[in-house]
Design a protein around this ligand. Structure first.
Ligand code: MN
Length: 352
C-alpha cells in the first residue's frame, strides 16, 4: 500500500512574507503559489499511484477559513480519484474550537475523506489500521493493541521534544511528546505534522515538512517537501520510496556588516534578514544600499549604536529666523533666553 504524506499547508488567502503582500490584479500571489504547491503535491501523489493521501494537520492557517479558502482546498481534494482515500487530521491551526472545525465540512463529500477533528478516529483499509490523532490527543494511550499481523499507522500533529534541536528558534512547545513515547506505540509508521522541516526521527517516525517556508526566517534551513511510503501487509517497517523536496524562494540571514560589503546582485529573489549592530553613522549607507538591493523583501533585526547628533539645516535661513526657531523650540521668551545667555558668557569670561 502506498501512502503519500503531506502536511502543514497553511492555506491563507492573506498570507504574507515580511509583512508585504505580493499582489497582482488584486490577487495575493503568495496564496496562489501556496495553493499551486499543494495542488502539485497532490497530483504527484496520484501520479505515484498512492492509495492513501494523509494530511497531518494545519491544512488551514486559521480556525475559520473564508469561503474562498475553503473552496480552494475543496477543489484540490476533489481532483483526487475516488478510489484514493484522504485521511486528514486537525492541527493546532485548524483545531476544533467552540465554533467547530474548518475540516468538518469535508466529511461526507463524494470523495472518501476521513476527518478527525477533536477525538482520535481509527480507520481500516485492507489489512492496515490507521489511527488519526488530531492536535491535543494524548498519544501515549494509543499503543498498538490490534491484530498482531496488521500494519498500524499513526497520524499525529504534535511536537516531538527531541525534534526541537532542529527547530531552535521555536519557543519551547507546550504539550509535546517524547520520541520514546512514539517508539513505544509499536506502530508500523508514525506520520507527523506540526514542525515544518522534513525530518526522519527514526526510519518509521517522520515529519513530512511543509511545502514551503510558511512562517518566517526560523524555517530558512529546513528541507521542505512530502513523503511517499510503501508498506506491505505485514508489520515490517515502511519504506520511504519517494522523498520529494520542493524549492522555494531563498530566505537568508546575514550580518549587517557583511551586507555592507556584499555583491548586491547576488541577493536577487532572496528574502533577506539583516542582524547585528550598526553604528548610526553608517545608517545612510545602509539605507542607500537597501534601495538598490534586488531582494524579494527584507527585514531588519538591527541594533543601532552611537549617539544621534542633531544637525540643523542652515540653508536659506536668516540669523534672525534661526534665533526665532531656537527660542520656539526652547519655549522661552526672547528676554529670558538672552538674559541666560548673557549670564553664561559672563561666567565664562570670569573663569578665564
Ligand atoms: Mn503548522
Amino acid at each position: 500500500m502506498r501512502i503519500a504524506h503531506i502536511s502543514d499547508i497553511h492555506i491563507n488567502a492573506s498570507c504574507t512574507h515580511l509583512s508585504s503582500m505580493k499582489l497582482a490584479s488584486g490577487i495575493n500571489l503568495y496564496h496562489t503559489e501556496r495553493l499551486a504547491r499543494f495542488r502539485k503535491a497532490v497530483a504527484e501523489a496520484v501520479a505515484q499511484r498512492a492509495h492513501v493521501i494523509v494530511l497531518s494537520g494545519d491544512i488551514f492557517d486559521k480556525n475559520r477559513p473564508s469561503p474562498q479558502e475553503y473552496d480552494d482546498v475543496a477543489s484540490i481534494l476533489d481532483s483526487v480519484p475516488t478510489d484514493i482515500d484522504i485521511l486528514a487530521i486537525a492541527g493546532n491551526h485548524d483545531e476544533h474550537g467552540h465554533k467547530g472545525s474548518p475540516l468538518l465540512p469535508f466529511i461526507g463529500r463524494e470523495r472518501h475523506i476521513v476527518v478527525a477533528v477533536n477525538h482520535p478516529v481509527s480507520y481500516r483499509k485492507d489489512e492496515a489500521i490507521f489511527l488519526l490523532a488530531p492536535w491535543g490527543t494524548d498519544l501515549r494511550a494509543a499503543a498498538y493493541t490490534g491484530i498482531q499481523a496488521s500494519p498500524y499507522i499513526v497520524i499525529s500533529h504534535v511536537a516531538v521534544r527531541e525534534a526541537e534541536r532542529y527547530f531552535r528558534e521555536l519557543d519551547a512547545e507546550q504539550g509535546g511528546i517524547d520520541l520514546q513515547d512514539l517508539i513505544n506505540l509499536q506502530a508500523t509508521a508514525v506520520l507527523l505534522g506540526h514542525y515544518h522541516g522534513q525530518t526522519l526521527l527514526t526510519p518509521t517516525i517522520a515529519y513530512a515538512g511543509s511545502l514551503e517556508v510558511i512562517h518566517d526566517f526560523s524555517e530558512q534551513d529546513q528541507p521542505k517537501g512530502w513523503l511517499l511510503y510503501d508498506i506491505d501487509q505485514t508489520r515490517t517497517p515502511p519504506v520511504i520510496i519517494h522523498q520529494q523536496h520542493v524549492e522555494g524562494p531563498t530566505f537568508r540571514t546575514m550580518s549587517v556588516l557583511d551586507f555592507l560589503d556584499t555583491d548586491l546582485s547576488q541577493l536577487e529573489d532572496v528574502y533577506l534578514r539583516l542582524t547585528g549592530t550598526l553604528d548610526l553613522q553608517h545608517r545612510p549607507l545602509l539605507q542607500s544600499l537597501l534601495r538598490k538591493v534586488p531582494t524579494a523583501g527584507y527585514k531588519l533585526d538591527i541594533t543601532l549604536t552611537g549617539t544621534n547628533t542633531h544637525v540643523e539645516t542652515l540653508h536659506g535661513k536668516t540669523p534672525q529666523a534661526l534665533l526665532q526657531e531656537y527660542l520656539a523650540k526652547k519655549q522661552q521668551s526672547d528676554i529670558h533666553a538672552l538674559l541666560s545667555l548673557d549670564e553664561q558668557i559672563s561666567q565664562q569670561v570670569a573663569q578665564q
